[in-house]
Design a protein. Structure first.
Length: 242
């Protein structure tokens, strides 16, 4: 199945971009993992592309964050998001201490991913770090996105997820000290109602609450505590030095 392109997914439904500007507290584990490394690197100038505004701003308070995306709705002008492309046109070269990319490239083809990671190396200063979390091909997360979200969202969803050779691809571009590992982040919700309201908005899906709850449990795995629901969201964490 052809990859659902970034424009198909987001330009045709800009509400999905707005979801990244709104409350993303259920996903806090994703950014907390990255921010621990960001602090260790003592990074000051940080590029976030594609845009993950609320999630990044909630925790990264001492860094100079530049937001960029390939699709920028006029209604998000207050966020000062730079509109760019897969070559990061208009982004300062040799400038950033770190680039954060959070599940943002699985709507790019192999060639577009290569252009994107090449461009990231150009905008990083020497010794700067790419910090990426992305969906792995064949994972429970990829199955959820393609078989469930893809079925119930008007845009469809077919991702081009990280393949086994991604570390070699980064090395071809010229990155050094490359690491990759799978990390299970927990998305945390107060209740089934909270999970339903947040997920339907975040993924742009139209589905009944019972079906959503059942399929989340079946595909991703769900833990029920006294006052929370915890969803397993597996992503591959990649770090590489320019």
């Amino acid at each position: 199945m052809p990859t659902t392109t970034y424009a198909e997914r987001f330009a045709r439904n800009t509400e999905l971009i707005h979801a990244y500007a709104d409350d993303n507290s259920p996903r806090m584990a994703e950014i907390a993992h990255l921010y621990t490394i960001l602090k260790r690197l003592k990074a000051k100038n940080v590029l976030n592309v594609p845009f993950e505004g609320n999630l990044v701003r909630t925790i990264a308070r001492n860094e100079d964050i530049t937001f960029a995306d390939f699709v920028v709705p006029e209604t998000l002008q207050a966020w000062n998001i730079l509109q760019t492309d897969y070559e990061l046109t208009g982004i300062s070269l040799d400038h950033f201490d770190a680039v954060l990319s959070i599940a943002g490239i699985h709507h790019l083809t192999d060639q577009e991913q290569f252009r994107f990671i090449t461009a990231i190396r150009r905008v990083l200063r020497k010794g700067g770090r790419l910090l990426m979390v992305e969906v792995k091909s064949g994972s429970s997360t990829s199955r959820f996105l393609d078989t469930f979200v893809g079925r119930y969202t008007p845009t469809g969803h077919a991702g081009n997820y990280l393949k086994n050779d991604f570390v070699r691809v980064l090395a071809r571009v010229g990155y050094r000290r490359i690491e990759r590992k799978t990390v299970t982040h927990e998305w945390v919700f107060d209740s089934e109602g909270h999970l339903y309201m947040w997920m339907t908005k975040f993924f742009g899906i139209r589905v009944s609450k019972p079906i959503l709850i059942r399929r989340v449990g079946e595909i991703l795995g769900m833990k029920r505590d006294t006052d929370t629901l915890r969803i397993n969201w597996k992503l591959d964490f990649v770090t590489a030095q320019a």
